[in-house]
Design a protein around this ligand. Structure first.
Ligand SMILES: *[C@@H]1O[C@H](CO)[C@@H](O)[C@H](O)[C@H]1NC(C)=O
Ligand SMILES: *[C@@H]1O[C@H](CO)[C@@H](O)[C@H](O)[C@H]1NC(C)=O
Ligand SMILES: *[C@@H]1O[C@H](CO)[C@@H](O)[C@H](O)[C@H]1NC(C)=O
Ligand SMILES: *[C@@H]1O[C@H](CO)[C@@H](O)[C@H](O)[C@H]1NC(C)=O
Length: 487
């Protein structure tokens, strides 16, 4: 497809070429230079304007986030006050089936708050309203703990599987993950819990449309979305990442005392990921009614993962074998830094993978929760490195992972490990992964352990986690609370 912009640029170049050729005939050197400079200035203005106005919207969504660009277009921001009212009305009609009368008379407490908010249609206060609205919706969902399709697939039991998926906002990847989960054998016995740090109807609809197993949504209550200008989001009074401690102390920014080991200050878009991972794990094991007594395995996935259809079969085989080995605490469905091996082989490793990591309540209680302080104070914003740190440095005895040599979980995120081409085409990456899955011998009947141990991970800290407030918030999340209170 050629866009309007592309055409404009094309004509521009043609005209420039034509003018230059004509000028070549005239051979008036001074005029030629003048015209060239004139065009260069025009091009410069054009490029500058384009960069400021347009380029953000061209950036792929995930890069926009990483670069701190707003995720929505300017137009959609302008329309938001109207959307809020729409959203409210839909919600009332949809949830409560109110057709007549004043909704205030019949709605719940939260509905009443929402209606008042939507009626106070003052555009300036709107962004605040939007945040309050989302906070209420999150609070409501976390309280209600609705499990979709439970009537069809029955209640969770200890032999089931809980799949806990961390979702940000890359909807197209999430769709691929869901498609792959739908094809998995035994998925009808699993409960998938999607844990969100963005409340967004488009994502919610995608999840509510799942019919192949029990599904639940939980919402991370300390997100940047619900804390746009205060901690755990970025406070305007926070120190800029690169300011340096001396300068920070001079200007007296909020967290001047707490840079990381590289003298950088926290960036909320990175700290959020570790907080979210830690929160959802604790929330599932401690607080959710459906899972707080569940003793089986919880598998951790992310929105840009893709699974092979026999992954539950393999988790079961590995789980049984792991139980017979006292040092075996974790399962891993793949390790993309390892040379792949036969589809029925696994290794025992001191290193724990972030690709299809699974563990049960016993491991949570003995090897993770007890080391919460170490996890929360380790100066590394990566949850997987923090986990590797505590399992090797905290508590007694080696804690091993049983990891498959032929991976069953793939990372298809743009520019992930499976894409070597510069533009990271999802379609191509996906085709590659599907081919790899096809070439595996799926559904092996047993697991063969090939090596006993693989190298101890390096215990270096990657930084990004020096702020005392992050340490404190992280520790707070391990508490067991009967009802989720959002602060
Ligand atoms: C709403 O309620 C009315 C009567 O109680 C019922 O006839 C109608 O089908 C309901 N609509 C929806 C969308 O549930
Ligand atoms: C909100 O706007 C609508 C339509 O513009 C108006 O009728 C209504 O009175 C306003 N509500 C408040 C609380 O200002
Ligand atoms: C969760 O369990 C508590 C205590 O048993 C109960 O009061 C509450 O209503 C339950 N919540 C849901 C959503 O089932
Ligand atoms: C699962 O096991 C735990 C502890 O062994 C027990 O308390 C719980 O009731 C079991 N849950 C189900 C659904 O069987």
């Amino acid at each position: 497809m050629i866009s309007m912009k592309g055409l404009t640029r094309y004509f521009f170049v043609i005209i420039l070429a034509a003018v230059l050729r004509k000028l070549g005939n005239i051979a008036a050197c001074g005029v030629k230079t003048f015209v060239v400079i004139f065009f260069l200035i025009i091009i410069w203005i054009y490029v500058t304007m384009r960069n400021t106005v347009d380029d953000n919207s061209k950036m792929p969504q995930h890069l926009r986030e990483v670069n701190g660009f707003p995720s929505e277009s300017f137009e959609s921001k302008i329309q938001q006050p109207y959307l809020l009212m729409d959203r409210f009305e839909k919600n009332i009609k949809h949830d409560k089936n109110i057709t007549t009368g004043n909704p205030l008379d019949t709605g719940t407490e939260i509905d009443t708050k929402l209606l008042k908010m939507a009626q106070a249609n003052n555009t300036k206060g709107f962004e605040k309203n939007e945040v309050e609205y989302i906070k209420l919706k999150i609070e409501e969902a976390n309280k209600e703990q609705i499990i979709y399709n439970e009537d069809i697939f029955g209640r969770l039991n200890n032999d089931s599987l809980v799949i806990l998926v961390q979702v940000h906002k890359r909807v197209n990847y999430l769709q691929h993950l869901i498609d792959s989960l739908a094809k998995a054998r035994y998925i009808d016995q699993a409960l998938i819990i999607f844990s969100h740090d963005i409340y967004e109807e488009e994502i919610n609809d995608l999840i509510k449309a799942i019919k192949f197993c029990k599904v639940m949504q939980i919402f991370f209550p300390y997100s940047i979305q619900t804390h746009p200008d205060t901690f755990p989001g970025a406070d305007v009074r926070d120190c800029p990442r690169n300011i340096g401690k001396q300068k920070a102390l001079q200007i007296g920014c909020l967290n001047a005392e707490y840079p990381d080991k590289f003298s950088h200050y926290r960036e909320s878009k990175f700290t959020q990921i570790k907080h979210h991972w830690w929160w959802k794990m604790n929330h599932v094991f401690n607080n959710l009614n459906a899972t707080k007594k569940y003793s089986g395995f919880v598998l951790f996935l992310e929105e840009d993962h893709y699974v092979a259809e026999d992954f539950i079969h393999l988790l079961r085989l590995m789980g049984r074998q792991c139980e017979t080995k006292p040092q075996c605490k974790f399962l891993g469905l793949g390790l993309d830094i390892m040379k792949p091996g036969p589809s029925n082989q696994a290794i025992m490793s001191l290193f724990h993978t972030n690709l299809g990591l699974a563990f049960n309540r016993e491991t949570y209680l003995d090897s993770i929760k007890k080391c919460a302080k170490e996890f929360c104070e380790f100066d590394d914003y990566n949850w997987d490195w923090s986990l590797n740190y505590i399992t090797n440095k905290c508590g007694k005895g080696p804690k091993l992972s049983m990891i498959l040599r032929a991976q069953r979980v793939f990372h298809i995120g743009e520019c992930g490990t499976h894409s070597r081409n510069a533009n990271c085409d999802v379609g191509k990456v996906l085709a590659g992964v599907k081919n790899e899955i096809k070439s595996l011998g799926l559904y092996p009947t047993n697991i063969e352990l090939t090596e006993t141990k693989v190298g101890r991970p390096k215990m270096m800290e990657n930084g990004g986690w020096g702020d005392k407030r992050d340490h404190e918030l992280c520790l707070k999340m391990t508490r067991t609370i009967p009802n989720i209170v959002i602060s």
